[in-house]
Each structure stands twice: as structure tokens, then as C-alpha cells.
Design a binder for this molecule. Structure first.
Ligand SMILES: NC(=O)c1ccc[n+]([C@@H]2O[C@H](COP(=O)([O-])OP(=O)(O)OC[C@H]3O[C@@H](n4cnc5c(N)ncnc54)[C@H](OP(=O)(O)O)[C@@H]3O)[C@@H](O)[C@H]2O)c1
Length: 374
């Protein structure tokens, strides 16, 4: 297992950074298109975490709305809905809250002094003694042991701040609504600056009326952050017993994400790099000119030999004119013996290997690597 889950922070704010207004009614910041986007993000996670105050004030369901997304999870061997997780220092939670409704695993991390107060939740959730004081590091270590590889943190302000302050976040998705709240009594996004330098802006997108800003965080700067994202994309691959699950991200010279892909995303034998490049359709004058200054991040070294199709990913990358490749994991000789990195270097491509992320990339494929070593 990786050392901790990939942590994705997600929230919607007003244009002046408020998470809610000061009235007892919940302020609706997202429209239907953004709620659908969040539904998709939820479907790709193993657990959704909110603070106890959000359970009390918003009473969220934390379920996947679109049954097709739940069905796809089940087809991948996952439960229909991610687990629900909350943190509490007081133990003051109402077991009638929707958080405790059946349909998904419920985990309550409770600071030791409040365990007695929270004891009435034992029938409705797994109550976990999270120490005193409760720490984000403990929660993440415990979630890892429970098999959570991808955690979505949906707020509120205190919880988002705790994860950032602990340096335990990989991504922040900020949906900015087109109005102001301008009320100092309302809860506001008041986050500590991430300790690892400026965030990496990976995407800006209009989603209905909101502007989605997608930032990557964490150590190692942009290269490590984009590569971690590529590794995460591998988790979306349709399962296979005979091919690796790989993710790829193509990033332009100015840091703009040009394309992403994952294995078998469009067709059965697709490789991640192949799909990402296919999405950047060739124009009449050849490949997208931005590729001449781009970097492709791939969780696995691009293939230099291939059984399933005649053109290898190395050949696709060279044909596109991409000058730089960053990868995490060297292909174990399971299916082919292609020397992708060496072929790329011989052709003049700058190749960077990040072995520190290899375990994470491998962990998505343990069913193949463990089977071959047993
Ligand atoms: N716009 C959005 O996307 C969005 C999303 C979610 C929430 N919200 C809004 O955010 C507001 C709630 O935010 P909030 O900051 O007040 O509360 P919160 O972050 O939802 O929850 C804070 C509570 O969680 C527990 N907690 C968090 N970190 C802890 C730690 N390290 N150790 C122990 N306990 C910990 C404590 O519970 P106890 O009090 O039980 O000790 C704490 O009071 C609401 O108005 C809600 O509508 C907005």
C-alpha cells in the first residue's frame, strides 16, 4: 500500500472566498453542472471526509447521485458509494444525521477524551479512538490501513485548513461562484499557505456558472505534482489481468494541461500515452505545435515494445515531437522486454525517472506484479 492516500481537497466559495453565509440555511454556491462534476470526483474516491460541524450544519448525504457511476464502481470491484468519514473532538454528533444513514461505510475519528460522549454512535458507525489531540496524520495512516487510496475532503473551513497546515494535501479543487457574500460573520476559506511553495495551477474551467480552479500541491514542485496526478489517473483504468493500469498527463510549456489519458480509456488495448496524444487530434499540418515544447508524465515508462498493437508509445511520443518525458515506474518484464527509456534517450528526448513515486504507480498494479512473483 502507498504510505498515505492521495488527498483531494474540494470546496465551493463565493467570489470573495466565503464557504457559506451567516444564515442558518445552507448557501447554494454550486449549480447543477458543478454538482455533477463533484459527483464524478466522488465516484473516483474511496472515501469522503467532512468535519463534524459540516455534518451538523449541512447534514450532507455524501452519496453518489448518478447510478451509472455507482454501477461502474461496482464493476471495478468497489462498493457503490465511497466510505463517509468525519472528525470530532467533542463527540457531539447526532446519529439521526444523514451521515449515519446506511448505504456506505461510516468512520468517525474521535479524540480520546470524547469517546464516552460518542459511544452512542457505535451502532451507526465505526468509532475510532484517534488519540489526543486528534491528528490528520493519524487519520490518514488509519485510512491507509483500511485500504483508502484516494480521499476526498469536502470541508468545512477548519478541516480544509487542518489538511493544508499538516502538509497532507495533493490537490485543491476550488469552484468559485459568481457572487459575493461580504459578511464577516460567515465561514470563510481562511487557509494557511501551503508550506511547499506556490500551488501549481493545473486547470481552469467554466462549469455552468462557476469557475473551477484546479491546483496541485505537495512536495517536489510541478514535476512531482503532475506525475502524482498521472499515477492517480491509473486508478480509473478498466481492470485487466493482462495489461498494466497507467495514467498520463501532457503539459504544455506554460504549465497548461493539454491532455490526459489512462489505459483502456477509449478502446480495449489503449495505452495511457496513446490515448492522451490521440485526444490532441493531428491537424492538417501535423501534430499540435504545442507538443514540441511539452512534457508527458507517465506513471509507467512508455512502452518500447508492444504485443497488442504495432506502434509503441515511444514511437507515438517521437512522432508527436515531445521533447521531455517524466515517469515513475520502470516496467517489470512481464509482458514485453521493451527498453522505453533507453529508446527515448537514444532519440534525443530528455527523460527523467522519479523512483520515489514508483511504489505508488506499482500499487495500482499489484494484482499483476504479485501474481508474477508467486
Ligand atoms: N462551500 C463548501 O464547499 C462547503 C463545504 C463544506 C462545508 N461548508 C460550510 O463550512 C461550514 C463549516 O465549517 P467549519 O470550519 O465550521 O467546520 P468543519 O471543518 O466542517 O468541522 C470542524 C469540526 O470538525 C472537527 N475537527 C476538525 N478538525 C479536527 C481536528 N484536527 N481534531 C479534532 N476535531 C477536528 C471538530 O469537531 P467537533 O466540533 O465535534 O469537535 C471541529 O469543530 C458550514 O457553514 C458549511 O456549510 C462549505
Amino acid at each position: 500500500m502507498p504510505s498515505r492516500p492521495y488527498v483531494l481537497l474540494s470546496c465551493a466559495t463565493s467570489a470573495d472566498g466565503y464557504l457559506d453565509d451567516a444564515t442558518p440555511r445552507r448557501l447554494i454556491l454550486s449549480g447543477p453542472a458543478d454538482l455533477d462534476r463533484v459527483d464524478e470526483v466522488r465516484a473516483g474516491c474511496d472515501a469522503i471526509l467532512v468535519g463534524a460541524q459540516t455534518v451538523r450544519t449541512d447534514n450532507p448525504r455524501l452519496l453518489i447521485r448518478d447510478p451509472r457511476r455507482s454501477a461502474r464502481r461496482v464493476a471495478r470491484g468497489l462498493p457503490p458509494h465511497p466510505a463517509r468519514v468525519t472528525l470530532t473532538a467533542t463527540g457531539d454528533l447526532d446519529r439521526g444525521a444523514r451521515f449515519f444513514a446506511p448505504g456506505a461505510l461510516r468512520l468517525v475519528y474521535c479524540a480520546t477524551p470524547a469517546l464516552a460522549r460518542a459511544a452512542n454512535l457505535r451502532d451507526s458507525a465505526v468509532l475510532i479512538d484517534a488519540g489526543d489531540p486528534l491528528s490528520v496524520a493519524f487519520v490518514l495512516a488509519d485510512l491507509t490501513e483500511r485500504g483508502v487510496a484516494r480521499l476526498l475532503v469536502e470541508g468545512g473551513a477548519r478541516v480544509l485548513g487542518d489538511f493544508l497546515a499538516a502538509g497532507q494535501a495533493d490537490e485543491l479543487n476550488l469552484a468559485v461562484a459568481p457572487f459575493f457574500v461580504a459578511d464577516p460573520a460567515a465561514p470563510r476559506l481562511n487557509l494557511p499557505g501551503p508550506g511547499d511553495g506556490p500551488m501549481t495551477l493545473a486547470e481552469t474551467r467554466r462549469v455552468g456558472e462557476v469557475a473551477l480552479l484546479r491546483y496541485l500541491l505537495g512536495p517536489g514542485g510541478p514535476d512531482h505534482r503532475f506525475l502524482r496526478w498521472a499515477v492517480e489517473l491509473a486508478r480509473l483504468c478498466p481492470p485487466s489481468d493482462s495489461a498494466f493500469s497507467v495514467g498520463a498527463v501532457v503539459v504544455g510549456e506554460d504549465g497548461e494541461v493539454l491532455s490526459t489519458g489512462f489505459s483502456r480509456e477509449q478502446e480495449d488495448h489503449d495505452h495511457a500515452e496513446e490515448v492522451a496524444l490521440r485526444k490532441l487530434a493531428r491537424g492538417r499540418l501535423g501534430p499540435d505545435p504545442r507538443l514540441r515544447h511539452a512534457t508527458i508524465y507517465s506513471s509507467l515508462v512508455p512502452c518500447g515494445a508492444r504485443a497488442s498493437r504495432p506502434v509503441t508509445c515511444v514511437q507515438h511520443i517521437l512522432a508527436a515531437g515531445i521533447p521531455r518525458v517524466v515517469f515513475a515506474w520502470r516496467e517489470p518484464r512481464l509482458f514485453t522486454d521493451g527498453e522505453g527509456a533507453e529508446q527515448l534517450r537514444a532519440a534525443g528526448v530528455a527523460v527523467t525517472e522519479v523512483p520515489g513515486l514508483a511504489d505508488r504507480a506499482r500499487s495500482v498494479n499489484v494484482h499483476l506484479t504479485d501474481a508474477s512473483s508467486s
